[in-house]
Each structure stands twice: as C-alpha cells, then as structure tokens.
Design a protein around this ligand. Structure first.
Ligand SMILES: [Zn+2]
Length: 260
C-alpha cells in the first residue's frame, strides 16, 4: 500500500509524513513539558500553565493554533512558548528527511523513533541540564530491537556500539571527574544501539567537534567562564542525527581513503 502510494503519489506521501511529524512533534512537546516533572504523559489533558484552562482540540493543532492564537492563551492571554511550534516543525522536517533517506521501510520507522527521542532529549537537556533515563534506557533496547528487526546493523555491531560508546563516556567521566554525566553515557549507549559501533563513532566525533567549537567561541568571547557547564546532550543528539543520515558514507569514505 505505502509502496504503491510512494510510487504513484510521492508528493502526497511526503505531505502525509510531514503531518505525521507535526502530530508526533506535538506529542514530544508533552514529553518535554512533563517527563522532567515526572508527570503522566496521558493524564490530565493539556492546560494553560497560567490560568489552568484545558486546551480545546481546536486550539491544540500543531503550528496552526499557535499562529491563529498569535502565541497567546485564548483564556488569559499568557504567551505560549515558541518552543511548541519549533519542536513541531523540526520534527516534521526530521521525519521528512528520514522518509526521503529511507523510503517506506521499517528503517524509516526506526529512524523516526530515534529522531523523536533526540529532539525531546535536546530540548530537555537545554532547559533542565538533564537527560532522562526514561528515554535513553528504553532507547538502548529499542535500538537493539530495531536493528534485529530491520537488519540495517548486525546485532553484534549494535551490541558492540552500546558497550563502546558507553565505555568511552565512562572513561571520560572517570578521568574528568565531572563535566560529563551518566545521562550523556546512556545517550551515547542509545546511539550505539541504533547506529552500530562504527557509525556511533561518527556521532561522537561530530558531537565533540561541535560542542568543543561552541565552548571555544563562548570562552573566547567571554560569554562563558571555564567552569560554566555546557550541556553536551544537544551536541551528541546532533551528532547522532548527522551519523544516522550520513554516517555510513562517512565511514566508507574514511576507511576507503585511509584504511588498508
Ligand atoms: Zn491561560
């Protein structure tokens, strides 16, 4: 069914993927707001944090409602965070990229799942300086299961990825005595499970380079002291997304260019 649709109506299929991404992005906003507070994702329904008025379904349509309401609660006029439409749009864009890269395959489902987790983790780490175990620990198992199901990465590569990425973070944590946390370790292990041990090294490399570059810019411009913690989760998540889409090619280029 999907195959036929993709063949005959690629534009409609991509539009459907975008709408699906917007809807999942809306759900990720709930995850981002509630998981750090340890609140249920399912109950109660969303309400304005200012006045407590329950948000009607027609005021809860991704992006559109934010525009119609001009970014304010209908009942009390309290501003709604820009985070809501941004997360929805980023998720729609990420799902579209995954669909263009993987097509209507189980790999697309695995990629969409990983990207959703990375988006939620990025925003939660930026706002709270923590990476919730309730996302990364099941994420390790989801990554192993996804590769068992799709065969994209062998189960051994996937399992070695968990141990290698987790182990590298463990060494950094032990050597640095802080600065890097257990949340980063579990996020690294999750990426290892999804990407396998070779491609997760690309993710870690991209994350370290981007994080290091920003740290140098902030230090040099005097906007950040040497002791100010910079959350590493968003960089690791960005590295994971880059590696998901281009990791295989980067590994092939690297081993082909410099390997035996
Ligand atoms: Zn309100």
């Amino acid at each position: 069914m999907l195959q036929t649709l993709a063949h005959t109506r690629p534009v409609f299929t991509l539009a459907a993927v975008m709408l699906f991404g917007l809807a999942i992005g809306s759900f990720l906003n709930v995850v981002i707001a509630r998981v750090p507070a340890r609140r249920s994702l399912w109950r109660p329904r969303s309400a304005c944090p200012g006045c407590g008025t329950a948000i009607a379904w027609h005021d809860n349509i991704p992006v559109l409602s934010f525009l119609v309401l001009r970014g304010r609660c209908r009942a009390c006029g309290m501003p709604i965070s820009w985070r809501y439409p941004i997360v929805e749009l980023v998720t729609a864009a990420a799902f579209s990229m995954a669909y263009l890269a993987f097509g209507p395959t189980p790999e697309f489902v695995a990629a969409a799942g990983l990207l959703s987790a990375l988006i939620a983790i990025t925003v939660i780490d930026l706002e709270h300086q923590l990476i919730p175990d309730v996302i990364t620990v099941p994420g390790v198992l989801a990554g192993l299961a996804a590769n068992l199901a799709t065969g994209r990465v062998s189960w051994l590569d996937s399992a070695v990825g968990v141990v290698l990425a987790g182990g590298l973070f463990l060494v950094v944590i032990l050597v640095s005595g802080g600065g890097m946390g257990g949340g980063d370790l579990k996020l690294g292990a999750m990426l290892g499970a999804f990407l396998g041990w070779k491609v997760v090294l690309v993710a870690l490399f991209v994350g370290v380079v981007c994080g290091g570059a920003l740290a140098i810019v902030l230090l040099a411009s005097g906007r950040s002291g040497r002791k100010d913690p910079i959350p590493f989760g968003p960089f690791l998540a960005a590295g994971g997304a880059v590696a998901l889409f281009w990791g295989d090619r980067i590994v092939a280029w690297y081993t082909g260019g410099f390997g035996p």
